[in-house]
Ligand binder design. Structure first.
Ligand SMILES: [Zn+2]
Length: 129
């Protein structure tokens, strides 16, 4: 079932897996290439034969937007685009210290956690690690 309002983005298959502490993405059955959320056809070979498979949930921050600070401003919510280790770019949410998050930082999906502003939550590794 598809919802026009987008409230279930990245889709019910994704959230079922995420609630089960798995990070799933569409993968092409024809050539094996991983796809971003919402793909209807393979970006590599154009096959429409995609199935949801478990991915690592790891990647690096590709771009980011500071969303807002909490009441104590100790942590800021970022909307991030991540380059996953499997290749696709995906959107997510992450908390970090104000101004501390940079492109290239390592991130991993916090599968099992609740969505933040409709996005899957990622944990960002400290830059000093
Ligand atoms: Zn393919």
């Amino acid at each position: 079932m598809t919802r026009a309002n987008g409230s279930t983005f990245p889709g019910p298959e994704f959230w079922r897996a995420f609630a089960d502490e798995r990070f799933a993405l569409p993968r092409c059955s024809a050539c094996g290439a991983w796809q971003s959320y919402g793909a209807r056809a393979c970006a590599a070979c154009d096959s429409g034969d995609l199935e949801w498979r478990d991915a690592s949930g790891g990647g690096s921050v590709y771009s980011l937007m500071e969303r807002h600070a909490g009441a104590d401003a100790a942590r800021v919510l970022y909307v991030v685009v991540l380059r996953l280790d499997e290749g696709p770019l995906v959107m997510g949410a992450a908390y970090a210290l104000p101004g501390a998050l940079r492109p290239g930082a390592r991130a991993s999906a916090l599968a099992g956690e609740a969505a933040v502003e409709g996005l899957p939550l990622f944990e960002v590794a400290p830059e000093t690690a």
